[in-house]
Design a protein around this ligand. Structure first.
Ligand code: ATP
Length: 222
């Protein structure tokens, strides 16, 4: 059988705090295959974002391994890790991290261009399906929070990454718009065959994904 797309093995992570070391992840293992969608739930502060950052190689665990396509990204140097992130992973974070000086169109395409994976027709299709077609020449400050969130989603998907890591991707949208955008995200993930690891507070949204795990006291349940 092929190696999982993402394989987190016995991940431990501690942060320093005023009251001594704060153990956030205490032996977490997750395996995600291409085409699978997995929801990660847990109370505020339970370590969901931390786990997502580690999965994307944005931070390193104290111990344990993060394997992407069977390769430990912790063993790569910074430049190689950045290359893997750019070509294989789409990130959708709570802070959208759009570039203020670039139009919506350029924000969507920038990273795909850097990774040599720009596909103009697919970018236009995504913009249309996410309701951004009339906003392409605007700048991020001229958009609502929900519109910015949809730009961040288009940007994450446009290079057809193998793995999408999403932190509350519909958190800024009202329930109906959020449901529509999540439906679209799931459809696009299915079409591109990507794997999706999505953090959400909402058990209702978590139920739309194929699997669900719950983080509590540094460990996974379910
Ligand atoms: N860089 C850091 N330095 C110190 N402590 C941190 C750091 N990042 C996160 N923490 C702490 O680690 C714990 C887990 O944070 P994390 O953001 O992963 O939780 P979360 O489950 O995503 O929370 P939320 O649902 O509120 O976004 C929290 O207690 C947080 O204060």
């Amino acid at each position: 059988m092929d190696a999982p797309l993402l394989d987190l093995r016995d991940i431990r992570k501690t942060y320093p705090s005023d009251r001594g070391p704060l153990r956030v992840l205490d032996g977490v293992s997750i395996s995600l295959r291409a085409g699978e969608t997995l929801a990660l739930t847990g109370e505020s502060g339970s370590g969901k974002s931390t786990l997502l950052h580690l999965s994307g190689g944005l931070d390193q665990p104290d111990s344990g391994e993060v394997l992407l396509d069977g390769r430990d990204i912790g063993q790569l140097d910074d430049a190689a890790r950045a290359r893997v992130r750019r070509s294989r992973i789409g990130l959708i974070f709570q802070q959208f991290n759009l570039v203020p000086s670039l139009t919506v169109e350029k924000n969507i395409s920038l990273q795909a261009r850097l990774a040599n994976r720009h596909d103009a027709p697919f970018a236009a299709e995504l913009a249309g399906r996410l309701g951004l077609a009339d906003l392409l020449t605007r700048y991020p400050e001229q958009l609502s929070g929900g519109q910015q969130q949809r730009v961040a989603i288009a940007r994450a998907l446009v290079s057809r990454p193998a793995l999408i890591l999403a932190d509350e991707p519909t958190g800024n949208l009202d329930e109906d718009t959020g449901d529509t955008v999540l439906g679209l995200l799931l459809a696009l993930v299915a079409e591109t065959g990507a794997g999706l690891l999505m953090v959400t507070h909402s058990p209702r949204l978590a139920d739309s994904l194929q699997r669900r795990v719950h983080l509590s006291r540094g460990r996974l349940e379910g």
